[in-house]
Design a protein around this ligand. Structure first.
Ligand SMILES: O=P(O)(O)OC[C@H]1O[C@H](OP(=O)(O)OP(=O)(O)O)[C@H](O)[C@@H]1O
Ligand code: HPA
Ligand SMILES: [Mg+2]
Length: 174
């Protein structure tokens, strides 16, 4: 069986929505520096593009956690593969994710990061898949709600493939 990717959200739609979120973040953090934490690998394109649309001062750091491995099902076990370089104590932290699916990854991450005494901690995700939620997480900024389909592109992978697509698509087996 081979695969095909059907376009779900075009490059232009993604770009416009990111600009809107960036404008909202700029308003909400007026007079402050926002510390973006990119969750690798999927969040990398989103964070880079988002950071460029934010008009308040920005700093950023990267963290790598893994729960999906190569498949389409979360193992339920979240592992820190790479921790942050810098302390987040006293910082206005904004976690930047590509997708919230079951919510397990973010739930785990927030638990860890809250203990490090940031001044505030908020969540921003490009995609939200509410139908699959297992753990409730409060998300402050959401790009798009997506249906219960495995989505790829713009950082998101299926078996490490398709991250480099400039749009969001759905993998279909043909
Ligand atoms: O809400 P959840 O069900 O926990 O799923 C969301 C997480 O799963 C994916 O990461 P993955 O483990 O595939 O790592 P990757 O970003 O390196 O592909 C995605 O990037 C989120 O971090
Ligand atoms: O739909 C998805 N696509 C890619 N990675 C993911 N991680 C959780 N859900 C997804
Ligand atoms: Mg993945």
């Amino acid at each position: 069986m081979s695969e095909e990717v059907r376009v779900l959200l075009s490059e232009e739609e993604v770009k416009i929505r990111i600009e809107e979120i960036g404008a909202q973040i700029s308003k909400d953090y007026e007079g402050k520096t926002v510390h973006l934490i990119c969750i690798l690998k999927g969040g990398v394109f989103f964070m880079c593009d988002l950071a460029k649309t934010v008009s308040v001062p920005v700093s950023f750091d990267f963290m790598s956690v893994s729960s999906y491995g190569n498949g389409t099902d979360s193992s339920g076990i979240v592992k820190i593969v790479k921790d942050l370089d810098d302390s987040i104590e006293g910082k206005e932290v904004l976690i930047v994710e590509d997708i919230i699916d079951t919510g397990r990854t973010l739930n785990y991450l927030i638990g860890i990061l809250e203990k490090r005494n940031p001044k505030s901690i908020r969540l921003c995700t490009l995609l939200d898949k509410p139908e699959r939620r297992v753990v409730d997480v409060k998300v402050d900024y959401i790009g798009f709600s997506v249906p219960d389909k495995f989505v790829v592109g713009y950082g998101l992978d299926y078996e490490q493939k398709y991250r480099n697509l400039s749009y969001i698509g759905v993998v279909e087996k043909i």
